[in-house]
Design a protein around this ligand. Structure first.
Ligand code: PGA
Length: 249
């Protein structure tokens, strides 16, 4: 299971230091990969703080070229050099504000893979698409057009745009249905299994429902990952959930 903390453009040196001090005290589970995605400027600072812990670091984005005249961008190779393991690509905020397209996201994913990063490709429908009943077709197009040609390990984050930062989440059955659908699309195209994680208003109250929806391999947490107490509560609920399903099996 992957628990990803997407800090977006938040926190500063002092708050990161006190956050990690508290996070270090938690009982880490071998069954959970915990990855923080800080603003790019703090990657090295965070790396120094977490290097003796099981906490992983990822980039919030990477460019499709390894280097070049791309002012303000970050290369996958630079992320790898500072020990990033994952890279988030195609987050809906970047699709909206930076006009990222599926074709562009595919090239970024391929550049990430070349640099030995594990891509997390975000997909998700807006409220109009959900309400007119075409969400599945929309998600399929996003996936088919952004899927890298070759990959060993790939994660897709299903993040309905109407759920991000709003406190609203889909029904459990809807999460299961969409995650299953996403897995089917990818395996029919590539014969490979992937991980599908859920993102959008994940918090300490709904985490158990989300994880138990079926076909959920983890979560991408935004707002609730900024407050350490809330994030620790999410983490320990996930640990408890994994213990529960082990006993049940
Ligand atoms: P949220 O954000 O948890 O604040 O809804 C999730 C995301 O955008 O990745």
């Amino acid at each position: 299971m992957l628990i990803a903390a997407n800090w977006k453009m938040n926190l500063d040196k002092y708050s990161i230091m006190s956050y990690i001090k508290q996070l270090e005290t938690c009982n880490f589970s071998n069954d959970i990969k915990l990855c923080i995605f800080p603003p790019v400027i703090y990657i090295n600072f965070l790396y120094e703080l977490i290097k003796n812990t099981p906490i992983l670091i990822g980039g919030q984005n990477c460019h499709y070229q390894p280097f070049g005249a791309f002012t303000g961008e970050v290369s996958a190779i630079s992320l790898k050099e500072f020990d990033c393991k994952y890279v988030i690509l195609g987050h809906s905020e970047r699709r909206t504000y930076n006009k990222e397209t599926n074709q562009n996201i595919k090239k970024c994913a391929e550049s990430g893979i070349k640099a030995k990063l594990k891509p997390i490709i975000c997909v998700g429908e807006n409220i109009n698409i959900r309400e007119n009943g075409t969400a599945k077709n929309f998600i399929k197009k996003q996936i088919v057009e952004s899927l890298p040609e070759k990959f060993d390990e790939l994660t897709i984050a299903y993040e309905p745009i109407w759920s991000i930062g709003t406190g609203k989440i889909p029904e459990k059955a809807e999460i299961n249905e969409m995650h299953k659908y996403i897995k089917e699309i990818v395996s029919s195209k590539t014969n490979k299994n992937i991980n599908v994680i859920y993102g959008g208003s994940v918090n300490e109250t709904n985490i158990k429902d989300i994880l138990s929806a079926g076909n959920v391999d983890g979560v991408l947490v935004g707002g609730s990952s900024l407050k350490i107490k809330e994030f620790l509560a999410i983490y320990s609920s996930a640990v408890m959930y994994l213990k529960y399903i082990k006993v049940k099996d």
